[in-house]
Design a protein around this ligand. Structure first.
Ligand SMILES: *Cc1c(COP(=O)(O)O)cnc(C)c1O
Length: 369
């Protein structure tokens, strides 16, 4: 049996009759960039995430970049973030000439540790980028308390966490801004690259919208130096249709996760995901800690199980960040996670038989060895 990491063909087959007319309407109109479908998507997702405004952009990475640009982050500034995340979280800091400062994570949730943030703050710190990794919110109360103490901006990286909540509050609605990604493999995946910045601050949304289009306001008069961070209308139209299905997909992911946790319960070699009280996890990934992880990963591959490692090497150990001067051992919790995590296939269309095959593959591996 094959269990892919996700199945976008199956998802599209179920939505074809809704998506094709929406895309055709855009093509007929020949209004192709940053138009009405993008505005509609902004309204839908601002509401979905309980934010005042959304600014549709070209990718999740650009959502992070344009957010830091809007906040005026640049050379001489420090931005604190986690070393255990996708590259773009830290890449955007360096691209603006600022310095990424890493803070270790918590062992149970894999999210940034507020105490580690507090010890990393200096006079040069301007912002913190907490990541809601795998779909579970970071400890936002403690993070917001540090932010108000030191007057820091908070850029929530919610690329993996659309719809997740923290003590009843939606991710993206808590910090200064929140960033979403519509990369096709994310929970809300577009027809190409896309992203969005959400905020409660309408004035900031205005600045973000200007920066998204080279900083012009009005047309051909440039207030600030922005860039081309616009979203395509074909992509936005497909995303508008898909947004209507997101609650049902999220509910199914949570069901799949509960099933995995139940079935893996007796397996002593595996630690299943821990959900903090007050958190609603949306399971972009279902990530276990596994003894002899790399061997298990190889067995999964051989058995047709599309398991993945997010992420095999922490950011402070990446070659491109060597000049920051970190070394192995600096963030022991993150480094241990990188050596133990394994993401099991999770997507709305996964069948109960496929779930059973994944679990029996894992259990047989530990029974044999
Ligand atoms: C996917 C992702 C991004 C970047 O999003 P893109 O749309 O691929 O540019 C940023 N941060 C995290 C945590 C992500 O998972």
């Amino acid at each position: 049996m094959q269990v892919p990491p996700l199945n976008l063909q199956a998802q599209f087959a179920a939505l074809r009759s809704e998506i094709m007319p929406a895309i055709e309407a855009v093509i007929e109109s020949q209004q192709l960039i940053n138009g009405a479908p993008a505005r509609e998507l902004e309204c839908l997702l601002a509401e979905y995430c309980a934010c005042a405004a959304g600014v549709a952009v070209s990718s999740g990475s650009d959502a992070l970049l344009v957010s830091l640009m809007a906040l005026g982050i640049g050379p001489g500034d420090e931005v604190i973030t986690t070393p255990f995340t996708f590259f773009a979280t830290a890449g955007c800091i360096s691209r603006l000439g600022a310095r990424p400062v890493f803070a270790d994570i918590e062992a149970d949730t894999f999210n940034i540790n507020p105490a580690a943030i507090a010890s990393a703050v200096t006079a040069r710190t301007k912002a913190v980028i907490p990541v809601h990794l795998y779909g579970q919110a970071a400890e936002m109360d403690a993070i917001m308390a540090i932010a108000s103490r030191h007057k820091l901006a908070i850029v929530e990286d919610a690329a993996q966490a659309i719809g997740a909540t923290y003590r009843g509050a939606n991710v993206c609605s808590i910090g200064t801004v929140g960033c979403l990604s519509f990369y096709p493999t994310k929970n809300l995946g577009g027809f190409g690259d896309g992203g969005m910045v959400l905020t409660q601050n309408r004035e900031l949304a205005e600045t973000l919208a200007i920066l998204r289009d080279h900083g012009q306001s009005p047309t051909y008069y440039y207030k600030r130096i922005g860039g081309n961070f616009r979203m395509d209308n074909i992509n936005a139209a497909a995303l508008v249709v898909k947004t209507g299905h997101l609650p049902a997909w999220t509910a199914r992911r949570r069901e799949v996760a509960a099933r995995y946790t139940e079935l893996l319960g007796g397996c002593a070699a595996v630690v299943t995901p821990k959900v903090r009280d007050g958190n609603e996890h949306i399971y972009h990934q279902y990530v276990i800690r596994a003894q002899r992880r790399d061997q298990l990963h190889a067995v999964c591959r051989a058995e047709g199980v599309g398991a993945s490692i997010f992420y095999p090497l922490c950011l402070h150990q990446q070659e491109c960040f060597a000049s920051l001067g970190y070394r192995a051992g600096d963030f022991p919790v993150a480094e241990k996670a990188a050596s133990e995590v394994l993401a099991l296939p999770i997507f709305a269309e996964i069948t109960d038989e496929q779930i059973a095959h994944v679990v029996s593959t894992v259990k047989r591996f530990y029974a044999k060895t």
